[in-house]
Write a protein that binds this ligand. Structure first.
Ligand code: ADP
Ligand code: MG
Length: 318
């Protein structure tokens, strides 16, 4: 496996920023991000070039709650603006931490964040039956007020209370792909498409309108990987890899699978919606998008071994 100059898009999961049980203070987030950045810096030390993307669930959730709580003092911002805000705050922390982790290794590559819009289709089927829960939990009565007064869609979330749900449309393309490629070609590490990017629909005159939806960050990361012509797509999460029969006594983690094998396991229902499902589907799309392209789904703590083939689940074209 030659690595010199190989370009990797790395998608970081929620655990790279906030761990379960944490309140999400700035100190906690900085410390988690620093740990993640040490792994990323060791990949770069081995000769890989990186483009990063990341989740934003807890962070945009906090921003929505802040907007909600202060609504009588400051006008609340819509979801697309809150998403852009989360890209900035998370990107800023990664810029500082990754630059620091690289400096510790004598590497002086610039790190820059691009606030990213991702195009979706106004005809996406998910608009008809929104599926992605976001923001705070409500009592049933409060939830019904949101429906009546603001026309929001709410659903009961697994016995934990009521939540707003928004569509999760499929990404079509990265609006800022040109400038992102220029930055990558110029030698920068680029952080882009955070939280799946801000979903936008293109109007008849080419204008982009932000919409109230959330794109899956792994599917958007795959779009980004194609757009920057990456060699590899790495999804780093909080499990060691992809398992069949996950969470049952038969559970078995896989070292590798072809795109067709992965598709067959997916059809048999081995990968949960909203978590492992979109990761595997993103991996399948990427390895099928061009010759020699590979994808890895692995634990963040084992990023270095994973890229050498010693950890995680590797996806290859048939
Ligand atoms: P991230 O924030 O990294 O995107 P997710 O929670 O969305 O993390 O996805 C990772 C989770 O996927 C794991 O913690 C695991 O519980 C779940 N999961 C569902 N199906 C599988 C599977 N077949 N193999 C491994 N993990 C799975
Ligand atoms: Mg996820």
């Amino acid at each position: 496996m030659s690595k010199d100059g190989q370009l990797l898009v790395v998608a970081l999961g929620g655990n790279a920023i906030q761990k379960p049980g944490e309140r999400g203070t700035a100190e906690e987030q900085r410390s988690n991000i620093m740990t993640a950045c040490r792994h990323l810096a060791s990949l770069m030390e081995r000769g890989y070039r990186l483009v990063l993307t990341h989740g934003n669930g807890p962070q945009v959730g906090s921003i929505l709650l802040q907007n909600e709580s202060a609504r009588d003092l400051v006008p609340p911002m819509p979801l697309d603006v809150c998403g852009a805000q989360s890209q900035g705050l998370i990107g800023y922390m990664f810029q500082q931490s990754l630059s620091q982790a690289l400096r510790e290794r004598g590497i002086h590559t610039p790190v820059v964040t691009v606030v990213t819009q991702v195009r979706v289709s106004a005809e996406d089927p998910d608009f008809l039956d929104p599926s992605k829960p976001i923001g705070p939990f409500y009592e049933e009565e409060e939830a019904q007020v949101l429906v009546r007064e603001k026309g929001l869609v709410v659903k009961e979330d697994a016995g934990r209370g009521w939540r707003r749900v928004v569509p999760s449309p499929d990404p079509i393309g990265i609006v800022e792909r040109g400038p992102i490629r220029q930055l990558v070609d110029g030698g920068s590490v680029v952080i882009a498409s955070g939280g799946g990017g801000v979903p936008v629909v293109e109007g008849p005159g080419g204008e982009m309108e932000g919409i109230e939806a959330v794109i899956d960050k792994d599917l958007a990361g795959e779009c980004l990987a194609r757009d920057v012509d990456a060699d590899g797509f790495m999804i780093l999460t909080d499990v060691e890899g992809v398992a069949v029969d996950y969470g049952t006594p038969m559970q078995r983690f896989l070292d590798r699978m072809t795109a067709s094998e992965a598709g067959a396991y997916d059809a048999e229902g081995h990968f949960r919606e909203g978590s492992m499902g979109p990761k595997v589907r993103a991996g399948i799309r990427f390895v099928r998008s061009g010759p020699g392209r590979w994808a890895i789904i692995a634990g963040l703590d084992h990023a270095e071994e994973a890229v050498m083939g010693g950890a995680g689940t590797r996806l290859e074209a048939d």
